[in-house]
Write a protein that binds this ligand. Structure first.
Ligand code: DGL
Length: 259
């Protein structure tokens, strides 16, 4: 049976969710975490919807079988594809997803011009359309699909020349001069924040959903009486569908180097 001493399960299509894991650790350092990255099946964002849903259901079941007391879907794509069904399937489980942080960007500056970088699937699904509808009168919201960007992070390339070229070309379609903020609507992208700033403008404000997701997880665990009571630092266990030493080394590196 899962108790308050059981780990929080965190999953993503690959290493991107480690940006969310870092926020969870900041807010709940005493919890244990079981992080699953499905790097073998990455990227999710350019796959058919039915396939992503099936992978998401399978990953969550696996984490629950390994004893997770709660689940953070640390992937915007998987959240958009499956979160409503997941809530129906596991009504009692503290289960938190992630969505593009448009709200903080709007609150940062009303009437601003906001670019939302995300996978093609996240931008295509209704969940995103509903989010844009909520804020469309308070900001100009411009979706920018980034197929191919998560692959740079998966290969550990966070600041290379080819990444710079990719980003520069990506932003050709956008008028850089007038960007107030950028929302990173994919959990891989915070790892290339410096490269994005280089390619656009050092002064642009950048937002991601990690902090809000961690806050919501803490609230849900508290409500369920499942917050771990301990003053000992918790431990992080990584599992990855491409269970190579290299992959696990990348996970550790990203966790340690991310601010
Ligand atoms: N990290 C995932 C997200 O937040 C997506 C990357 C992918 O698998 O395409 O959307």
């Amino acid at each position: 049976m899962n108790t308050l001493n059981s780990p929080i399960g965190v999953f993503d299509s690959g290493v991107g969710g480690i940006s969310v894991l870092k926020e969870l650790l900041k807010q709940m350092p005493n919890e244990d975490y079981l992080y699953f990255g499905d790097s073998v099946n990455a990227p999710y964002g350019t796959k058919p919807l039915a396939h992503v849903r099936e992978l998401t259901f399978r990953n969550i079941e696996m984490l629950l079988n390994k004893g997770a007391k709660a689940i953070a879907v640390a992937c915007n794509t998987a959240t958009s594809a499956a979160v409503a069904d997941l809530r129906r399937m596991y009504p009692e489980l503290p289960l938190v997803g992630i969505e593009p942080a448009i709200k903080p960007a709007v609150l940062h500056k009303e009437g601003s011009r906001i670019i939302v970088m995300a996978t093609p699937m996240t931008l295509r699904l209704d969940k995103f359309k509903r989010l844009v509808d909520t804020y469309k009168d308070r900001a100009e919201i411009i979706p920018l699909a980034c197929p191919g960007l998560m692959e740079f992070v998966e290969s550990g390339n966070l600041l290379g020349e080819d990444l710079h070229r990719y980003l520069t070309e990506l932003f050709w379609s956008v008028d850089n001069e007038k960007i107030d903020s950028i929302v990173l609507g994919c959990t891989h992208y915070p790892f290339v924040k410096a490269a994005i700033k280089n390619a656009v403008d050092e002064d642009v404000a950048i937002f991601d959903g990690g902090e809000g997701t961690a806050r919501e997880m803490k609230r849900r665990l508290d409500n369920a009486g499942l917050l771990k009571i301990s003053d000992k630092k918790g431990k992080v266990t990584f599992i990855n569908s491409r269970n190579t030493d290299e992959e696990l080394k990348l996970c550790r590196f990203l966790l340690e180097s991310y601010p």
